[in-house]
Design a protein around this ligand. Structure first.
Ligand code: GUN
Length: 291
């Protein structure tokens, strides 16, 4: 059996087109467009690439997009001052600080500083709390994008056994919460998990977010499973996911490739979160359907 390969680029294009239509409607209603700011500290080439991609995508969706690049030695107080200014700026609906940040900066303090209404990453304690409680709020972009592709592919979630490999705040933890909210039975695996291959073989839905190139092998996959590869690993052989894709595709029912799978969805979802943030700030009555 050969897996259906999920086309993340096409899925992202569909979501971005939807957002662009809704941005135009927002503009009609409120006589302004949503505004997004990406903040980057230092000049890491990967961060540079992500930020440029996000800014371009926001503009293409009809939003205002700004990039702020701060020197690598920026202090927490200096970054706080930038965040405070954006919190107070009515034209700005969403901001994110590209992670990872240099050691002198704290991801915790950053997440606590950003106005939760403008937290389009969904990393603020209030938004993560809402996710736990099942209340509407900003949901982290990558796991939200994974839910989008699973739904569009018609993968059954209710009662399914899901294994999420990785427990990060950006992907693993919110991914588990989103799957639980859709009545999947979820296990979160990590570096201390015993017999990971055997656990993975129980998964109807397997989400890999560990950052280790091709760690998950073909014989770890349950026949017919949906395999979602969130890994983006730069290796000498090129960009690789966390899954040995060719092997896994022999066994799986669905699989997301790297590149061209989940990656493009993250940016598309950031745009959706920015639009939703603008709607909430403008007092529109919205339910995102994610919660
Ligand atoms: N670095 C890698 N992924 C992300 C993300 O989703 N948001 C932010 N802010 N930084 C990241």
């Amino acid at each position: 059996m050969a897996a259906i390969v999920i086309d993340g680029k096409a899925e992202a294009a569909a979501l971005r087109a939807e957002v662009a239509v809704d941005v135009a409607a927002f503009r009609e209603r409120h006589r302004r467009v949503p505004g997004l700011v990406g903040i980057q500290v230092g000049d890491d080439p990967a961060s540079e690439l992500y930020q440029a991609g996000k800014a371009r995508a926001a503009e293409e969706a009809g939003m205002i997009s700004r990039r702020i690049v701060l020197p690598i030695e920026t202090t927490q107080a200096e970054l706080d001052a930038v965040i405070d200014e954006l919190n107070a700026d009515d034209a700005i609906d969403g901001m994110l600080v590209q992670l990872p940040v240099p050691d002198q900066l704290s991801e915790v303090l950053i997440a606590n500083r950003i106005d939760p209404l403008k937290d389009v990453d969904g990393f603020a304690p209030v938004n993560l709390g809402r996710l736990v409680r099942g209340e509407p709020g900003s949901v982290p972009c990558t796991p939200a994008g994974v839910m989008w592709v699973l739904d569009r592919a018609g993968v059954p979630l209710e009662g399914a056994t899901a294994v999420v490999v990785g427990r990060s705040l950006i992907v693993g933890k919110p991914m588990a919460l989103l799957l639980i909210a859709r009545s999947a039975t979820v296990t979160v695996a990590h570096s201390r998990t015993k017999d990971l291959p055997a656990l993975c073989r129980t998964a109807d839905i397997l989400v890999a977010a560990v950052g280790r190139p091709e760690m998950i092998r073909g014989d770890w996959i349950k026949p017919g499973a949906a395999v979602v590869d969130v890994g983006i690993n730069r290796t000498d052989a090129g960009l690789r996911g966390d899954v040995a894709t060719a092997e896994a595709a022999e066994v799986a029912g669905w699989i997301t490739p790297v590149p061209g799978g989940v990656g493009p969805m993250t940016i598309a979802y950031l745009l959706k979160n920015t639009l939703d943030a603008a709607r909430r700030r403008a007092g529109d009555d919205i339910t995102t359907g994610d919660e």
